[in-house]
Each structure stands twice: as structure tokens, then as C-alpha cells.
Ligand binder design. Structure first.
Ligand code: HEC
Ligand code: HEC
Length: 422
């Protein structure tokens, strides 16, 4: 794979906490929790027991669905991450507005929040399963949030999302909610008098909610049932999975990992970064300014790697689980059907005129969403390795087969299966 990070000098993990907008750091021991969000809670203010992860998750769930935590009073986490769509966007809402008056547009597609439970923090020298080393891991499309609790502060404070001016503002709103009493019972009677700690406690609760298996990693798709031996794939789906894995055809599984490892079903991502050269999306309001570019790892959302031009346009590979529930694909939501996505992988360089606009002189402006000073770092991994005149990696029928397989990755099949058997 083309991983430019391979040649960069060995470093430790970048200072990610500093890259978080308005982030909290896990500096004080009272702010640091074990992986399950329970172990290291030090109440420090007259509370007998640390809350259990079940209590934390129950509070986190209420927060997640609570629009009163936003400056507009109208936007909850769930307003963008809809549980009916695997905690991704509802149709037509892939790049929603937010802000105090709900009129400030977003700049990226809303991802699904499923299957994020084991994403490691971002590292420039991430060791991939295939032996390569390069940028990998981290939450958000540019990996700038190392953990779910650090991520949770981003939308709460972002001016165009939930738009709280500060962590203290979030805590003030929390203290007015119907579940403030549960919050006090969990974290101490005087918790709201210590807004710094209360904010961190709140972020831990949101994280604990997102660690609930039934909601966030149910492994209940048809493909999971197939892996467990309780469902058969159709012939078309079987052809699709073979194409997905075949290095000479789809080659998809080289990045969207598809095998069970150590008993854990596949996540369909290796958390790798690449510049896929996705076309510019004119529906993103910021793109009306021709000088504006979202260049992923090098900014503007992320700031610590701004000088590393070799990472221009690098975005993290998302999971493909539940991808059939989406109506906008890639970091900027520029493509609108799964068939279109697979077609793009097949003929981005064979028929660029299908994907990119033309200049005034009629010349196709390929890779129109990359800043002019971006180095030539476009990913050329198969099937993106073709040149004009080459044979496409997949025929039209094979594209259909691949899409049929991707549709088997939608959760909820085994529940249907179980109720049908009843
Ligand atoms: C206005 C819509 C909006 C709201 C409200 C919102 N999010 Fe998001 N969320 C997004 C977008 C867009 C991204 C991608 C951000 C990026 O790449 O910079 C995202 C990314 C994430 C991610 C990272 C997913 C990944 O694949 O790495 C998590 C986790 C998350 N949000 C959780 C939350 C939580 C918890 C809340 C409430 C506190 C919330 N979001 C509120 C739009 C929203
Ligand atoms: C070299 C690694 C690599 C290969 C090979 C690859 N992908 Fe991806 N995939 C990515 C990355 C990285 C992204 C995100 C790119 C972006 O948004 O800029 C992505 C995004 C996607 C998305 C969009 C998902 C979403 O939530 O928006 C789909 C669907 C997808 N890939 C399917 C496939 C299929 C099908 C194949 C095989 C034909 C494939 N990919 C091959 C790395 C890869």
C-alpha cells in the first residue's frame, strides 16, 4: 500500500490532546478512567462509590438524546447520529446545520458511531496488519480525537454544532436537566460546583454509552449470521464477497479488513489514511470559497500536522458496516449511492470526466478538492491503479455483486431472523 508515513522519521504519538479544540486533558488522576470507564474514578468530593459502567451509560444515553445541551436547544448528538441509521445521518441529513440558530452549516459527512469501540488513538507510525507502517487510528475523519470521551467535547463546543461557549456552559445546562439528580447521585452531591470535573465526568458518561454492545457493536448483520453459520449468502452475495477480497479485483479488504481475528468479527477498516482524490462537494457551503479546502490530516480541522504536506488529503478509512444505510459517502459526502462509490474506485482514472468538472478551456480538472500545493500523493492501490485505456478492475455485473455483498453488512438481520423463527 502507498503509505507515505513509512519514510518519515520514527516518532512517538503526536501530541493529540493539544490538537483538540477546547479539549480537556487527562491530567488530574480524578479525570482518568480505565477502559471500561469505571475503575479509576476518584470521586474526591464526598461520594462513597464510583458509578458503575451501567450507571454511567444510562446517564450518557440521556445526554446523547438531550437537545437542551446545545446552545440552540434543538440539537442533540442523536440529531446528527440517528439510532435508526446505525447512529449515522438520516437520509438527506449527511451534512447538517448546527449553531445557536441552527443556521451554521457543517463541513463533513456525519459518520456512523457503530464499531468505533476498538479504534486505537492516532499514530503516525501505526503498525498495520500487513506489516506496513504509516498514519493510522484516531476518531473523526482526520483522527484528531484519541478517545471517545475526548471526542465528545468537540461537537458540544463546536460553533457550528452544539455551540456551547465553554465546558462550564455545558455543565450549567446539565445541572438544569431532569437527570441532574442522577448525575449527582453518580458523581457526588456537589459535582456541579466543580465544573471542570463535572465536564469530564459527563464526557465519560457519553463514552460509556457508546461502549454499549447492543447499541454500538451488535454484530447482527446478515454477514455476521453467515460467519456464525446461521445464514446463507445468495450466490450474488457470495460472488460479491469474493470480489471484495480478491487482490486482482476489488482488493477492498486490503484496507477494509474482512476476516475474523482472535474471535473478533471483522471491522471492515484497518484505520488507514489515504488520499483517494474524492471530488469536491458543491453542497458543502464552505466550498463556495474557492480558496477553502478540507485537506484532512493537514487541516484545517486538525492543526498539529499542518506542515506535513505529504499527508495532504489524507482521511481515515471508515468501517463499511451499515454503509448501505447512508445516502452520502466519503469524508465530504460527495457521492450518493454505493454503486457510484464502487464505480468511482473502478474508473476514477479511466474516466475522470465522469467525476470531475471541466475548466473553462474544457480540460477535466481531476482531483478538484485538493489544494493547489498538494503533492502528488493520490492513492494508487488497486483498483485505483488504472490508467486511461486499461481494462477496468470490475465489470458492471461485478460492481452489482460487490454492492449486494455490502448490503449484507447492515445490522438488524439476526433480530429479524430470530423473530421470524418465533
Ligand atoms: C451537527 C451534527 C453533529 C452533532 C450534533 C454531533 N456530531 Fe458527532 N460527528 C459529526 C460529524 C460531521 C463528524 C465527523 C467530524 C470530523 O471528521 O471532523 C462526527 C464525528 C463523531 C465521532 C467520530 C466518529 C468516527 O468515525 O471517528 C464521534 C464518536 C461522535 N461524532 C460522537 C458525537 C457525540 C457523542 C455527540 C454529542 C455530544 C455528537 N457526535 C454530536 C456530526 C455531529
Ligand atoms: C487503499 C485503501 C482502500 C482500498 C483498497 C479501498 N478503500 Fe474504501 N475507503 C478507504 C478510505 C481511506 C476511505 C475514506 C476516504 C475519504 O473519505 O476521503 C474509504 C471509503 C470508502 C467508502 C465510503 C464509506 C462512508 O462511510 O462514507 C466505501 C463505501 C468504500 N470505501 C468501499 C470500498 C470498496 C467497495 C472497495 C473495493 C472496491 C474499497 N473501498 C477499497 C480506503 C480504501
Amino acid at each position: 500500500m502507498t503509505r507515505l508515513g513509512r519514510s518519515s522519521p520514527l516518532r512517538c504519538r503526536p501530541v493529540l490532546v493539544a490538537a483538540l479544540v477546547g479539549a480537556l486533558s487527562c491530567g488530574a488522576p480524578a479525570l482518568c478512567f480505565g477502559a471500561d470507564g469505571v475503575d479509576a474514578h476518584n470521586d474526591g468530593h464526598g461520594q462513597a462509590n464510583a458509578p458503575s459502567s451501567v450507571e454511567l451509560a444510562a446517564i450518557g444515553r440521556k445526554m446523547f438524546f438531550d437537545a437542551s445541551l446545545s446552545a440552540s436547544g434543538r440539537l442533540a448528538c442523536a440529531g446528527c447520529h440517528d439510532p435508526k441509521y446505525a447512529y449515522g445521518p438520516a437520509p438527506g441529513h449527511s451534512i447538517p446545520n448546527g449553531g445557536p440558530k441552527m443556521d451554521l452549516p457543517g463541513t463533513r459527512a456525519v459518520p456512523s458511531l457503530r464499531y468505533l469501540q476498538s479504534i486505537p488513538p492516532f499514530a503516525e507510525q501505526y503498525h498495520f496488519i500487513d506489516g506496513d507502517v504509516g498514519p493510522g487510528g484516531g476518531l473523526t475523519w482526520d483522527g484528531r480525537a484519541p478517545t471517545l470521551h475526548e471526542q465528545a467535547s468537540l461537537p458540544l463546543l463546536a460553533a457550528n454544532e452544539m455551540a456551547n461557549g465553554s465546558p462550564d456552559a455545558v455543565v450549567k445546562r446539565l445541572a438544569l436537566t431532569g437527570y441532574a439528580r442522577e448525575f449527582r447521585a453518580a458523581f457526588g452531591a456537589d459535582v456541579f460546583e466543580h465544573p471542570g470535573t463535572a465536564f469530564t465526568d459527563a464526557m465519560q458518561a457519553l463514552e460509556a454509552f457508546q461502549h454499549q454492545p447492543a447499541e454500538f457493536f451488535p454484530y447482527s448483520s446478515k454477514y455476521d449470521a453467515f460467519l456464525r453459520g446461521t445464514a446463507d449468502l445468495t450466490e450474488q452475495e457470495e460472488r460479491g464477497v469474493a470480489l471484495f477480497k480478491d487482490p486482482k479485483k476489488g482488493n477492498c479488504s486490503s484496507c477494509h479488513l474482512s476476516t475474523t481475528r482472535n474471535g473478533v468479527p471483522p471491522t471492515f477498516t484497518d484505520y488507514d489514511y489515504m488520499n483517494a482524490g474524492i471530488p469536491r462537494n458543491p453542497r458543502i457551503a464552505a466550498n463556495a470559497d474557492s480558496r477553502y479546502y478540507d485537506a484532512g490530516l493537514i487541516g484545517p480541522s486538525r492543526t498539529d500536522l499542518a506542515a506535513r504536506k505529504e499527508y495532504c488529503g489524507f482521511f481515515r478509512a471508515p468501517t463499511l458496516r451499515n454503509v448501505a444505510l447512508r445516502d452520502a459517502f466519503f469524508h465530504n459526502g460527495a457521492l450518493h449511492s454505493l454503486r457510484e462509490v464502487v464505480q468511482f474506485y473502478v474508473d476514477r482514472d479511466l474516466h475522470p470526466e465522469k467525476w470531475y468538472p471541466r475548466d473553462a478551456d474544457g480540460k477535466v480538472r481531476q482531483f478538484d478538492d485538493l489544494p493547489p500545493d498538494c503533492p502528488r500523493n493520490i492513492d494508487k492501490d488497486p483498483p485505483l491503479d488504472r490508467n486511461p485505456g486499461d481494462r477496468p478492475a470490475l465489470s458492471d455485473d461485478e460492481i452489482d455483486d460487490l454492492v449486494a455483498f455490502l448490503r449484507t453488512l447492515t445490522d438488524g438481520y439476526s433480530t429479524e431472523e430470530a423473530s421470524a423463527a418465533r
